[in-house]
Design a protein around this ligand. Structure first.
Ligand code: SF4
Length: 457
């Protein structure tokens, strides 16, 4: 199995696993689940989770008092929690939060316990795992007042898109559990389609909420794959992609495991191979992911140095085994025109198909018309336009060249003469008038693809 999954929330300390816990953990490993967070909910569960983490190397304990039990968080429990936190195996505080659906503890008591445990997490520099049910406004306002700058996750997310956006704006992750697979979960599936890669986590919340097709049975971490598969389907990527993205996010949140240190030259998304040959660019678009993160779909693209021709070719392996080999990384590939041409020729000679994703500055960068040089070696070109007129292009893309918008338009016109498939792309940010971009594409006689903000590849 190539992929690694990370179950960010379950309760393997519960009695439901008393008879077969070893088998459950073994099945999880066999299903690719390499990391499991066991979230505590009361003091007994916290202690048991800690002891289980000594037995299973894939299990990491989080401790906390669930809102249902908020009224048990007295002075003695609090002192005990403080003592437990001396144990370096604990990776988070949780699950903590608010549950106004069951109201097993009074509202004010839940709020007090939530705030108190956020304070504990802050003092111990640990992330928080948040349970929030029918308590959107209080959850968000407490997070804003008490947890700004902290790391954390809204587990088993059941809120609306506004709640998800506000939580993500504060830096919190959104974790998706089994309900995403349920027949009547269209609203949750829509939310899942909108969460940027950098904020997405997955969990089973076992033994609860078994995903389809295991619904009705006791849940366990080995069922995480069904949740990942559904999310992959919703987002139009593969299970491997979702595994890579969510495992990387969880490792960063809980500071578990190793992160890729070296930027990748060739990286796979769906069945395309992408080539990241430079991190330089002649635009400085306000929305560009390279100013926000090193990662794209779980791949580290921050290069320590630009790869040589030989290194790029050896990273490709068999070009014919991919749908397309695409020049697309955290930078503008046509800044390295000679390398692009050599690699493209090498790919074509071996039966591969080549696409370039470019900002359309190739002629301005190289100070000549380079399109005839790409004829026969490039099958397809996607040119970012990202504005419907000159002024807006200057404001949004902040190009280094003068009259860059006109330069991109003439690059598009010229590309049509030499490359079989020419498309322009625009990002769906409110500043851009998509309808006018569509009209411009029609006028130029090329296709137009609207790219989701923060989505690469
Ligand atoms: S053209 Fe692409 S790589 Fe360059 S700054 Fe804009 S979004 Fe980033």
């Amino acid at each position: 199995m190539e992929y690694e999954l990370f179950d960010t929330h379950c309760h393997l300390e519960m009695d439901e696993y008393e008879d077969d816990r070893d088998d459950v953990v073994e099945r999880a490993e066999a299903a690719g689940v390499r990391y499991i967070i066991n979230a505590g909910s009361d003091m007994e569960a916290n202690l048991k989770a800690l002891s289980l983490s000594g037995r299973y190397s894939t299990l990491y304990p989080s401790v906390g008092i669930h809102p249902h039990d908020a009224d048990t968080l007295n002075e003695a429990t609090r002192t005990r929690l403080e003592e437990l936190l001396e144990d370096h195996r604990i990776v988070a505080i949780g699950e903590i939060g608010l549950d106004y659906h069951y109201m097993n503890s009074p509202r004010e008591t839940q709020i007090e316990a939530f705030k108190l445990q956020i304070g504990l997490a802050k003092r111990h520099n640990l992330p928080i795992i948040i349970h929030s049910r029918k308590a959107k406004d209080d959850t968000l306002s407490i997070l804003k007042d008490e947890a700004t700058g902290m790391r954390g996750v809204l587990h088993c997310f059941s809120g609306d898109i506004e709640m998800a956006k506000k939580a993500m704006d504060m830096g919190f992750y959104i974790s998706i559990a089994g309900p995403v697979t349920f027949k009547n979960a269209n609203r949750l599936r829509e939310i899942v389609s909108l969460i940027p890669d950098d904020y997405l986590l997955i969990e089973t919340d076992a033994p609860y909420l078994s995903p389809v097709p295991m619904r009705g049975r006791r849940n366990e971490p080995s069922f995480l794959r069904y949740i990942a598969e559904m999310i992959a389907q919703i987002r139009g990527v593969t299970l491997d992609d979702i595994a890579r993205i969510t495992t990387l996010n969880a490792k960063r949140l809980f500071r578990i495991g190793e992160l890729p240190d070296e930027g990748e030259v060739a990286y796979r998304i769906r069945n395309n191979l992408y080539l990241n040959i430079t991190n330089r660019c002649t635009n400085r678009c306000g929305f560009c992911v390279r100013f926000q993160t090193d990662y794209v779909k779980g791949h580290n693209l921050r290069l320590k140095r630009e790869p040589t021709l030989k290194e790029i070719i050896s990273a490709i392996d068999d070009p014919a085994s991919y749908k397309e080999v695409v020049f697309c990384g955290l930078g503008e590939p046509l800044l390295r025109l000679d390398v692009v041409k050599e690699v493209a020729r090498w790919v074509k000679d071996r039966g591969g198909r080549v696409r370039i994703n470019t900002n359309g500055h190739g002629n301005m960068i190289n100070q000549r018309n380079i399109l005839p040089e790409l004829c026969g070696i490039i099958d397809s070109i996607s040119i970012s336009l990202d504005a419907e007129d000159r002024d807006k292009y200057e404001r949004i893309c902040r190009p280094v060249f003068k009259d860059a918008f006109d330069g991109v338009i003439s690059f598009i016109k010229e590309a049509k003469r030499y490359i079989p498939d020419v498309n322009i792309t625009v990002v769906d940010i409110p500043e851009i008038d998509i309808e006018r971009c569509k009209a411009l594409a029609r006028e130029l006689g090329v296709g137009l693809r609207v790219r989701r903000f923060n989505v690469v590849g």
